[in-house]
Design a protein around this ligand. Sequence first.
Ligand code: NSS
Length: 434
Amino acid sequence: MSAPWVEIKNLFRHEGREVVVKGWMYNKRSSGKIHFLQLRDGSGFIQAVMAKSDIPEETFLEAKGLWLEASVEVTGIVRKDERAPSGYELTVTDLKVIHNPEHEYPIGKKEHGIDFLLDNRHLWLRSQRQRAIMKVRDQVIWAAREYLHNEGFLLTDSPILTGSIGEGASGLFEVPYFDEGKAYLAQTGQLYAEATAAAFGKVYTFGPTFRAEKSKTRRHLTEFWMLEPEVAFYDHEDNMRLQENLVSAIVKNVLEHCGRELKDLERDTSVLERVEPPFYRITYDDAVKMLQGLGSPIEYGTDFGGDDETILTRQFDKPVFVECYPKKVKAFYMKQHPEREDLVLCDDLLAPEGYGEIIGGSQREDDLDLLFSRIREEGLPEESYDWYLDLRRYGTFIHSGFGLGIERLVSWICGLHHIREAIPFPRTIYRLNP
Ligand code: NSS
């Protein structure tokens, strides 16, 4: 019977037995008599030890000629080894080369500049660090969806090609659209989630969203993934409770399932371990005073810049809600504060350690006349919002929701310096390839 093909992560179940590993050789060390082949198959990493005395001469020579990232099928016996990072090693009995590159692999051990790495993102993804980040991203999305599913939320996908506008007229990508003229790539699924909330109560949308902002910060992508829950009969307070419960559940789940990856990323997990409800809360008014006290030039009535978020969130050891911003810096659909006409019932959730905003949420304006006048004030195309206003014409209801930026959350959990590593193929104003 030939040896079975086993994924590296499952090798521990085959101790002492002969198996086949299929993957890529990401590194190699050799002494005259032994080759140490470092293998990767996507599920894990393992060292395969090939001794000259154990195998035919030509196989040993073939291994010697392997370039980095050669694809191989290695047969070997699984041995326990305390010194190995995975706890196991493979003693090679046979090697089949699937493809030996004709050129040296472009990404070497030396330090590469970020532009070079981004140009080679399709290859860079093969590194251990990128694998760890993608694993955390996968777990974040899984955990979020599991939490919402268990809480009775319905996933209601929203369109990416839209006729109406989400977050205001700036920063829209336009696409020619047959006889209809122009379509816009969705900036948010929210308006559609409001419609499905009226149909199904607790809903969420999850998908890519697009912003043609010329922001060149470490927090901005032009294409990012957003999870947007929307709940009928939730007010501003209920909304914030859902946010802190969801974020806490995600972080806990990642800590439980991605210990190895967070270690690979050298993430100090002590802050993550503290993440549980309730989060801190401050009002916009107090946040501005606090920032001014810390030396920020921010003026009352303006939105926070990236630096403000950095300064502010360094003051907290857990995520913090900033509530009730001035109406004029926020989107048209937010509900007016019952006691302060100049404010809206909204919140931004800021991650600590300088990371800043990961969620933007609000109670929605449910009064038809107020909402209509806000659409007018903002100079938005009234016709596109007609269907949206129907939600206030036919059984209007208190409701709230929020948008969680997946890459922002992944950046914080992984402790990344820049958001571009939090998505497989980042899109920024200067990058459309690969
Ligand atoms: O613009 S938001 O603050 N809010 C909305 O889009 C609402 N319509 C969401 C809702 O209530 N359903 O964006 C929400 C989040 C924000 O907190 C960030 O985490 C993320 O989306 N976001 C971004 N991530 C990466 N790059 C960019 N450019 C970006 N813009 C927002």
